[in-house]
Ligand binder design. Structure first.
Ligand code: FAD
Ligand code: NAD
Length: 471
């Protein structure tokens, strides 16, 4: 390509970070191209992450509910059967509709979509190995690296996505395993473990830490969640480290030991899900050709405007710092383009919600009790159980609670933690509250419609600075 054909911006990776940045750049009038190698847009999230997992979570919940939770609602059901093939088809339909939707948005916003694998040739040139064969080169004034992440493998186990699987295999199993072991009780382990437990597998989650859900989840909420998931049949081994795996025979076996050292145990399963985290993905990107290095965890280093040490090359999403979440990647996509076009951008990393889409859902934003204690912050706690909420009671869905943490002196909300029905939708209000620096009293004095689950949110706020009415 000649100098005259230079793009204003080329984005490597068409995941959430990359495609959002591409659309924003198109809307801002930049000449923009996005290079994606998987053959469809939307990255991990749309193709093998958020979307297919939520489809399976939703439909497996419905199946489980029809099996176990209809009689007391006055609904008599006959022969209930699982058609896993059709459940998978429903998932595929959601995925393809959404990924094609992004292609449409690219056209609408004048984004050039280049299907292939991009690698740096020099600081302004990307060589692209095209999916349909052949090669091309694109030159750009600015480049964003948005190449995402991949599942961290477990040493000694070979991922075949059939018997030893990552989340990618877990959204595509062709039959319900009898026994499934999940290595890692983080969000992937619990979401995908839930799916297969509901569909009939005997699921055991082995987690190194003393709590499920990862360190961001408030310990009280994690404990309650574990109790609720156990009631649904999931088994947990906490404070237990998987040290070895063996997939050489008919069953896959793993060896565990107590996290603090000690007794070894061997567990067998038909399927082992490796869910021990994800790592940034920069394989084959040619970072060496431009002298860019990654840190000790494989992340591309950036400043607070997403610039690498080569200022016209920026990086966003899972491949760089911060929580590996789609909505975080999306915020960065917009902000990085705004830094480019306007010189300013905005992401509040203190107000990024986390949601686990089990049933009940778990959602939180801001800090948890452990983090506040560690930072020596004095705080008030207010909580309200869904069992005292009228809508949860009418829905016969009363498990869980809302918990507020606010500054003991100023009442400013520092964290909100929910386990309960629709927690993932409800946390939006909490995120807005934190974004606007609200106090628990601000929420408590805001009218919430009756009868809604969100009244539990309001009453937890009331309980933080004063007393709840209904509990
Ligand atoms: P990715 O989505 O990984 O996209 C990067 C893209 O770059 C990929 O499509 C890849 O093919 C492409 N690429 C890489 N290298 C090259 C190259 N050299 N040339 C061209 N293309 C390249 N997050 C949530 O917020 N909510 C959820 O419910 C949720 N559920 C999840 C469930 C699962 C099972 C998994 C695995 C993840 C989930 N996540 C969820 C996390 C979410 O998927 C990621 O945070 C998000 O996809 C990150 O976006 P990204 O654009 O940074 O990276
Ligand atoms: P994670 O880091 O959340 O959890 C991994 C867990 O594995 C940790 O709790 C860790 O202690 C445990 N672990 C690690 N090694 C172990 C060992 N040898 N033995 C026993 N336990 C071990 O990672 P994940 O669940 O794989 O998820 C990866 C990323 O994907 C996360 O960043 C997550 O936020 C994102 N994701 C988000 C959603 C969502 O937002 N709903 C859904 C799925 C994935």
């Amino acid at each position: 390509a000649s100098e005259a054909e230079d793009k204003d911006l080329v984005i490597i990776g068409g995941g959430v970070a990359g495609y959002v940045a591409a659309i924003k750049a198109g809307q801002s009038g930049l000449k923009v191209a996005c290079i994606e190698k998987r053959g469809s847009l939307g990255g991990t999230c749309l193709n093998v992450g958020c979307i297919p997992s939520k489809s399976l979570l939703n439909n497996s919940h419905l199946y489980h509910q029809i099996l176990h939770d209809t009689k007391n609602r006055g609904i008599e059901v006959g022969d209930v059967k699982l058609n896993l093939g059709n459940m998978m088809k429903a998932k595929d339909t959601s995925v393809s509709g959404l990924t094609k939707g992004i292609e449409f948005l690219f056209k609408k916003n004048n984004v050039e979509y280049i299907k292939g694998t991009g690698a740096f040739k020099d600081e302004h040139t990307i060589a692209v190995n095209l999916i349909d064969g052949g090669e091309t080169e694109v030159r750009a004034k600015n480049i964003f690296i948005a190449t995402g992440s991949e599942a961290t493998p477990f040493p000694g186990l070979t991922i075949d996505e059939k018997r030893v699987i990552t989340s990618t295999g877990a959204i595509a199993l062709q039959e319900v395993p009898k026994k499934m072991i999940v290595i890692g009780g983080g969000i992937i382990g619990l979401e995908m473990g839930s799916v297969w437990a509901r569909l009939g597998a005997e699921v055991t989650v082995v987690e190194f830490m003393g709590q499920i859900g990862g360190p961001g989840m408030d310990a009280e909420i994690a404990k309650l969640t574990q109790k609720l998931l156990s009631k649904q049949g999931m088994k947990f081994k906490l404070n237990t480290k998987v040290t070895k795996g063996d997939d050489s025979s008919d069953v896959v076996s793993i060896t565990t030991e107590a996290a603090k050292g000690g007794k070894e145990e061997t567990l067998d399963a038909d399927v082992v899900l490796v869910a021990i985290g994800r790592r940034p993905y920069t394989y084959g990107l040619g970072l060496d050709n431009i002298g860019l290095e990654t840190d000790n965890r494989g992340r591309i280093e950036i400043d607070n405007e997403y610039r690498t040490k080569i200022p016209h090359i920026r990086s966003i999403g899972d491949v760089t710092f911060g929580p590996m979440l789609a909505h975080k990647a999306e915020e960065e996509g917009v902000a990085a383009v705004e830094y480019l076009t306007k010189g300013t951008g905005h992401v509040n990393y203190g107000a990024i919600p986390s949601v686990m889409y089990t049933h009940p859902e778990v959602a939180w934003v801001g800090q948890n009790e452990h983090e506040l204690k560690a930072a020596n912050v004095k705080y008030n706690v207010g909580s309200f159980p869904f069992s005292a909420n009228s809508r949860a009671k009418t829905n016969l869905d009363t498990e869980g609670l809302v918990k507020f943490l606010s500054d003991a002196k100023t009442d400013r909300i520092l964290g909100i933690h929910i386990v309960g029905p629709n927690a993932g939708e409800m946390i939006a209000e909490g995120t807005l509250a934190i974004e606007y620096g609200a106090s628990s009293e601000d929420i408590a004095r805001t009218s919430h419609a009756h009868p809604t689950l969100s009244e539990a949110f309001k009453e937890a706020a009331m309980a933080t600075y004063d007393k709840a009415i209904h509990y």
